[in-house]
Ligand binder design. Structure first.
Ligand code: ATP
Length: 458
């Protein structure tokens, strides 16, 4: 991590926005919270769903060489012997002899406790997997683990997928799901927690083509973040050094993001070679090789794995979108979220609570809700309501005023530019659709009719 920090945004502002507006709450807050576990509130759940949806769309829906899977969190315990997690999924733990705080010794700068300066114990290896018991008897034979990554569910289903889909190499399996790690040190909000979600692809390729596919996926994944609005200069690629590589990986690059606390991993892209299928074949006694119909060869595929965190992506999208602008004597806080990610696509705002206006606004609200998540707000001044929507990243507001009752038109106001156009109410839904897809604000279908720009509004 470095000292560089993007302007305007810091973690306190993000945490405060998340709590104030209902993106994220501490888990079980009324009991004092549970360390490093978080609940996604009404806005957070929408943003999180949109992040997952955008990923699924890019890696499954829009491709014909990746299919989805949803494997169970609890897996046969032999899985973790084969994967190397029972032996090797450990961090070196040291404890302060004075204050008894625990630390990861590989993350410490000196040899004293960072909190009180006390003496530390010798490091011991600590396994990060959460253990529990299956069935009513708590004995060694019934130990199972909460999965620390979603990847293994895809490896053990490799043969099922080949048999049922008839997919030929190269192809991938994609999965989104919860993972659990009993991290020694957590923190930086949702960046490192003990329960989190991953979005992983296991892409199976013919040995010899692995380098090419590794480079392909690295670029593909980097571009995904950029397309969804993350500034390129806030992303970097970092190759793992020899001693840092996981036991299974031939090569691994991290896609790092410049978080408020510095550069840190957003996603890892690894060339895992044939490690996983060889291990599972050997531990299960089942063949996991692949027969190439064209060349009549039998071999174990290599695997390229882009492994991203939902929560870290969520945090990166939020930090990158965060902005503050001078606004008379105040500051306008706004999230420049990509429309695909914004929790609400549109907010409907009647200028006042007069009955006729409310009726017209509610009709529009009911209509637009058929297509998108839409917010309705009639409390306080219109300026205040625009600010509230800006702060949660709503790309468009639709304002219904008294003139609307006469001319059947409403105003669309755009978040980033604050520009406004007036549009027939019957055209609202289609106009918004086009704008949400990124078309110029002032060009309307059908027939590319140009609407006049009105004054720059509040
Ligand atoms: P780190 O070095 O930060 O501990 P890692 O290299 O152990 O991460 P991977 O095993 O490569 O992480 O997991 C893939 C992705 O899962 C990470 O890039 C990250 O986005 C996410 N992830 C891993 N651990 C956590 C965690 N404790 N909290 C939130 N997300 C996590």
């Amino acid at each position: 991590m470095t000292e560089e920090t993007p302007a305007k945004v810091n973690m306190e502002k993000i945490v405060s926005l998340c709590q104030r507006r209902g993106f994220i709450f501490p888990s079980s807050e009324i009991y004092g919270g549970l360390s490093s576990c978080w609940d996604y509130g009404p806005l957070g759940v929408e943003l999180k769903r949109n992040v997952k949806e955008a990923w699924w769309r890019a890696v499954v829906q829009e491709r014909d060489d990746v299919i989805g899977l949803d494997a169970s969190i609890l897996m046969h315990p032999r899985t973790w012997a084969a994967s190397g997690h029972l032996e090797g999924f450990t961090d070196p733990l040291v404890e302060c002899k004075g204050c008894h705080l625990r630390w990861r010794s590989d993350e410490l700068e000196g040899d004293r406790c960072p909190s009180c300066g006390g003496e530390l114990t010798e490091p011991r290896l600590f396994n990060l997997m959460f253990k529990t018991f299956m069935g009513p008897v708590e004995e060694d034979a019934s130990v199972v683990y909460l999965r620390p990554e979603t990847a293994q569910g895809m490896f053990v289903n490799f043969q099922n997928v080949v048999n049922t889909t008839r997919k030929r190499l190269p192809f991938g399996i994609a999965q989104i799901g919860k993972a659990f790690r009993n991290e020694i040190t957590t923190g930086n909000f949702i960046f490192r927690s003990r329960e989190f979600e991953q979005m992983e692809i296991e892409f199976f390729v013919k040995p010899g083509t692995d380098e090419e596919w590794f480079n392909y996926w690295l670029e593909e994944r980097l571009n995904w973040y950029v397309k969804l609005g993350i500034k390129r200069e806030n992303l970097r690629l970092r190759e793992h050094a020899e001693g840092e590589l996981a036991h299974y990986a031939k090569v691994c690059h991290d896609i790092d993001y410049l978080f408020p606390m510095g550069w840190a991993e957003l996603e890892g892209v690894a060339n895992r070679g044939d490690f996983d299928l060889v291990q599972h074949a050997s531990f299960s006694g089942k063949s996991l090789d692949y027969f190439d119909d064209d060349t009549k060869e039998r071999f174990i595929p290599y695997i390229i794995e882009p492994s991203a965190g939902v929560d870290r992506s969520f945090l990166a999208f939020l930090c990158d979108a965060y902005d503050e602008e001078p606004d008379k004597d105040e500051i306008r806080v706004l999230l420049h979220l990509h429309p695909a990610l914004a929790p609400f696509k549109v907010a409907v705002l009647p200028l006042s609570r007069r009955e006729q206006l409310v009726k017209a606004a509610k009709d529009i609200y009911a209509d637009l809700r058929q297509r998108w998540m839409v917010s309705y707000d009639d409390a306080q001044s219109i300026g205040r309501r625009y600010r509230r929507q800006d702060e949660i990243g709503t790309p468009f507001c639709v304002t219904v005023d008294f003139q609307s009752l006469e001319d059947n038109q409403a105003t669309i106001r755009e978040r980033d530019t604050m520009n406004q156009i007036r549009v027939p109410i019957s055209e609202l839904s289609n106009t918004l659709q086009v704008k949400l897809e990124g078309e110029d604000l002032f060009v309307l279908p059908p027939g590319g009719m140009i609407w006049k720009e009105e004054k720059k509004g509040v």
